[in-house]
Design a protein around this ligand. Structure first.
Ligand SMILES: CC(C)(COP(=O)(O)OP(=O)(O)OC[C@H]1O[C@@H](n2cnc3c(N)ncnc32)[C@H](O)[C@@H]1OP(=O)(O)O)[C@@H](O)C(=O)NCCC(=O)NCCS
Length: 413
């Protein structure tokens, strides 16, 4: 928590190096902290626009091209969920050769938390072909900003068919999901982006820890490094065969209330943080195979929870033509979620997390540098993922000054 504050530097906030502060035609019209207001600490903290009456919110959807239509996606319907899954598989490429494809179970978990609104799962269909061509979603979340707990929407999974990019469809999707959020009397949102579109609340960095270096290097996903032999890499990234912390066990349904209290206490120290109630904890943390994995350390004397860790898993496919492996390779990826320690050191607990991840077939483990995560990166051989930043933004809420990732108790994806 003692890193120097990020200094506002407008030049850092250009996108792809070529766009400047004045090119965000859409975002400049939105109630977000504008890039030119970055250094201005006199602007009040709080909502940028006051709420209106819900009856005054635009009732009809925004106009789309005539050959497209809006749809509301019922993610609990297997057909719809498959359609969104296949759409992401084809179009949610993070890099040209690397496609993230969350499983259907993962999508259901991420998009259907307690109190979710189906109307916030927004698709665009081509009327003639009936193909899904774009998607954006929101889920409800209570987020504490300083001392205020605000009901927000977490906006995510904006995705447009690769053939329809750069046609200004994204702003229409963002406006439409915003309209639907406002119809539920919600006026703020949190969303991540890879480009800076307005002043971010914070900019996080992904760090990655190889668990299966041979597979990652063979697939062309990672480099062996100068003077490193494969056998050395395998040895370097080996993890223990079993967790070593006494009392380390998987979370069960009977832990929900204890975990809720434990997380609430821990997250209260951060400038911005998730607020979980017991229903949220049940949904977001109870283990689900190949989706979310949560472990606790429980004191043998008092049966109290002393430490807590969690991660979610998402596969991606690498199809690099330069790869030594000519076939597509599916890589199992884990992402650190929320971790709390009171008795065990965080590096020690995370070493157990790497161990159980490896047992579950995870090939690479990622963590953002939020909360206290930076304290285990070096010791546990995480490497900074070049270019893998995630900017956290708030919609219609101004924070006086940006936060360091270590002041953020919120995991966005
Ligand atoms: C992200 C994606 C939807 C952008 O599509 P696009 O066709 O390039 O964007 P459009 O031309 O329709 O719209 C551009 C406008 O939308 C904004 N925008 C695009 N993606 C955005 C995002 N993820 N968050 C916030 N704003 C975004 C741009 O900043 C721009 O507005 P501006 O001129 O004010 O800066 C598309 O590249 C995609 O589907 N990528 C794969 C999935 C993905 O990476 N999603 C984002 C995860 S964070």
């Amino acid at each position: 928590m003692s890193d120097p504050k990020p200094k506002p530097n407008p030049k850092e906030y250009t996108s792809g190096g070529s766009r400047t502060m004045t090119t965000h035609e859409f975002w400049e019209t939105q109630p977000v902290v504008q890039l030119e207001d970055m250094g201005d600490t006199t602007l009040p903290e709080g909502p940028i626009q006051p709420p209106t009456l819900v009856s005054e919110v635009r009732q009809e959807p925004y106009n789309l091209r005539e050959d497209y239509e809006w749809i509301t996606c019922d993610m609990k319907s297997d057909d719809m969920c498959s359609e969104v899954y296949n759409f992401f598989k084809d179009h949610y490429a993070q890099k040209l050769n690397c496609n993230v494809h969350p499983s259907k179970e993962w999508l259901m978990w991420a998009l259907c938390p307690p109190g979710y609104h189906q109307s916030w799962h927004v698709g665009v269909r081509d009327k003639a072909t009936k193909k899904l061509v774009a998607f954006i979603s929101g889920v409800p979340a209570r987020i504490r900003v300083r001392d205020k707990v605000i009901s927000m929407a977490n906006i995510n999974f904006l995705c447009i068919d690769t053939d329809l990019r750069s046609r200004r469809l994204a702003p229409i999707l963002i406006m439409e999901v915003t309209r639907r959020v406002r119809l539920k009397n919600i006026w703020q949102a949190a969303y991540p982006s890879r480009d800076v579109v307005s002043r971010p609340v914070t900019t996080c960095q992904y760090w990655g820890r190889m668990l299966n270096p041979k597979k990652l290097i063979d697939a062309g996903y990672a480099d062996l490094g100068e003077r490193m032999k494969m056998s050395m890499a395998v040895k370097l990234y080996k993890v223990p065969d079993a967790p070593s912390t006494p009392g380390f066990r998987e979370m069960g349904p009977f832990d929900v209330f204890g975990v809720t209290e434990f997380l609430r206490n821990y997250l209260s120290q951060f400038g911005i943080a998730a607020c979980f109630d017991a229903d949220d904890v049940e949904h977001w943390f109870l283990p689900r195979e190949d989706v979310i994995h949560t472990y606790l350390v429980v004191s043998p004397e008092t049966s109290e929870i002393t430490d807590f860790c969690s991660f979610y898993t998402v596969p991606f496919t690498i199809s690099d033509s330069d790869s030594r492996n000519p076939k597509n390779t599916t890589v199992q990826c884990a992402y650190s979620y929320y971790n709390v320690v009171t008795q065990t050191s965080l590096p020690k607990l995370m070493n157990d997390v790497l161990t159980v991840s490896k047992q579950k077939g995870v090939d690479i483990f990622y963590a953002l540098d939020v909360m206290q995560n930076a304290s285990f990166f070096t010791e546990l051989k995480f490497r900074r993922s070049e270019g893998a930043h995630l900017h956290y933004h708030l919609y219609n809420y101004r924070l006086g000054s940006p936060l360091n990732p270590s002041e953020v108790g919120l995991v966005l994806w």
